[in-house]
Design a protein around this ligand. Sequence first.
Ligand code: PMV
Length: 358
Amino acid sequence: MRTEPSTAGTTAAAAAVVAGRAGRATAGDATAVAHPNIALIKYWGKRDQSLVLPWTSSLSMTLDLFPTTTRVRLAPGAGHDTAALNGVPARGETLRRITGFLDLVRETAGSGRRAVVDTRNTVPTGAGLASSASGFAALAVAAAAAYGLELDATALSRLARRGSGSASRSLFGGFAVWHAGPDTGPAAAADLGSYAEPVPAVIDPALVVAVVNAGPKEVSSREAMRRTVGTSPLFRPWAASSRDDLAGMRAALERGDIDAVGEIAERNALGMHATMLAARPAVRYLSPATVTVLDRVLRLRREGVAAYSTMDAGPNVKVLCRRADAERVASAVREAVPDGTVLVAGPGPGARLLGEGE
Ligand code: PMV
């Protein structure tokens, strides 16, 4: 069990914190930017809903596309928080999640002040492209600075986790592992031990993102996870195999073996979808267009291109390949799904505070 959270290799987020200390964010007003991440080893299922502790550790690549920019301003005298998403006032469940998150920050900061949150998302919201990851990572960094908290990268990752599990990984650029944390002992130890940190990798990959449907999903990932953990006979076997997949993935990243990285990522994602298909009632995010892309990727492999698929809580497919092959993969996928939008992403930066005028 860990006792001291590690701060090794956390430069991007640590720099964000230092920037806050240096006064780039005025007290009570801070803006942060964060990018989404795509898991190569999936997070699927919570063992503690309120602390957002996962059953298994996961590993992701942060993208250089679709940043979320979030400004948090304290509003002395205001009776409640307000938030706008792309200029549209947040209500209902969305506002409740943001307020609940700010309550955590206020508790740590010993503040009762309400805030005004303005967030701009460039990723299609709710389409399985991890808008909640970039959203809560940016909110964690901006809110911590606005409320005057001096948190290191590990603490920021733990904070972001409470908003959305996958957000813990978007604190970091490149590849990051989110530790599940100890699953025995007190909840406080599990909470301290469940954070993300960068992992070494020597591959130069691209993720070709095939958006086959940019609309919001019918079942939220939160509900789908709960149903899967509660009812799917395949969940526990997948979780056990995912632990092995993570060890294999870390080794493959370190030796720069893109085929092993891709094979492990693809089987881990298909396994995750299998757990949902076996839930009662089933959750099926994959659509005919998804399967069309999966088939095209298989054909690319037969043609000798290292290309591997992964899918999240939605029908869109992300295809991992060498950066040098990205254009070939993208045009093959574009031909396969001419109505879709196909973009090429590379490894992106960690979350950071923006300076004035940025
Ligand atoms: O943290 P959430 O609710 O965005 O969970 C997302 C889970 C997956 O995207 C399906 C997998 C992952 O690890 O990101």
